[in-house]
Design a protein around this ligand. Structure first.
Ligand code: FAD
Length: 258
């Protein structure tokens, strides 16, 4: 069960991991209270300054309810995957896509050691059925942190097929796993002549016309409409059991992820 709680976190370091991805290492305050979930794709909401030079503040708990009883302004917040978590030290790593516009992306671009943000306890969705013999991970670049962590935590008896969409070869990352891994990078992320939008995740899904035999599990993460179209392909065209698919809309083209 989700346990609501909020924390301050101080930036230890921030910088480009690849041209399109900024890695931020955070020290979470009072991390003894932080409750990791059991999901390898777990995410927190990062909270930023409400603007006007005001510091980030956290909701408070009163009589078992959370609210802003001190009248502090609410802070813009966005979901980000916990790429790494060390419960013994309270150090957290998050990887943020450096896209145009957006509170979180702009914050990441200018983040410096000592900056303070807020975050909450994590939650997650990735949950392969116990009998899954193979797993298909299909994401755009926003799902790459989840893919990285899922692969690192994957048991070696499983076959994993991974398709990740990034803007360019320089955005590929070294992904390690004990599992039998088939990894394909697609360099189709972003607007370009001949493309029908900022992501081709739906087209990548449609290019998969066969799934392995035996019980499996499909995890999809990326732009919301593309992720939904990808899910539809596996469910309706390939006839795959929809209860074994988790498709998460990570961002919405043209809309803030509030
Ligand atoms: C469960 C979950 C986990 C996530 N994990 C990660 C993660 O680990 N790393 C990560 O980078 N993102 C992750 N995201 C996606 C991230 O929360 C969104 O991209 C979010 O919109 C970014 O906030 P922002 O303030 O930068 O932009 P917003 O204010 O939300 O949006 C402003 C504008 O930017 C556009 N936009 C938003 N994101 C992108 C993008 N990636 N590329 C191009 N345009 C964009 C919007 O369409 C909008 O027009 C995750 C989302 C979810 C739901």
């Amino acid at each position: 069960m989700y346990h609501e709680d909020y924390f301050f976190a101080e930036v230890l370091s921030a910088g480009h991991l690849t041209p399109s991805m900024i890695r931020v290492r955070l020290q979470v305050e009072d991390h003894g209270r932080y409750q990791a979930s059991d999901h390898a794709d777990e995410w927190v909401r990062l909270a930023f300054s409400p603007g006007g030079g005001l510091p980030v503040t956290l909701p408070q708990q009163r009589d078992g309810r959370w609210g802003r009883f001190d009248g502090s302004p609410s802070c813009p917040n966005r979901p980000y995957t916990v790429r790494r978590w060390d419960g013994s030290t309270g150090e957290m790593t998050v990887d943020l896509v450096a896209h145009e516009g957006g509170v979180a992306a702009s914050w990441a671009t200018h983040a410096r050691a000592g900056d303070v943000i807020g975050l909450c306890n994590p939650e997650g969705r990735y949950e392969p059925p116990a009998d899954a013999q193979w797993i298909l991970l299909l994401t755009d670049i926003t799902g790459l942190p989840a893919v990285g962590r899922i692969l690192e935590e994957m048991p070696d008896a499983v076959t994993v097929i991974v398709h990740v969409e990034v803007p360019a070869p320089a955005d590929e990352q070294d992904l390690s796993s004990d599992a039998a891994l088939s990894l394909t990078w697609h360099h189709t992320h972003g607007h370009a002549a001949g493309r029908d939008g900022p992501t081709q995740l739906h087209a990548i899904a449609r290019s998969i016309d066969m799934l392995p035999d035996g019980p499996g599990y499909i995890y999809i993460a990326g732009e919301a409409r593309a992720a939904s179209a990808a899910r539809k392909h596996f469910r309706d065209t390939l006839g795959f059991d929809k209860t074994r698919i988790d498709a998460v809309g990570y961002w919405v083209e043209g809309q803030a992820r509030v």
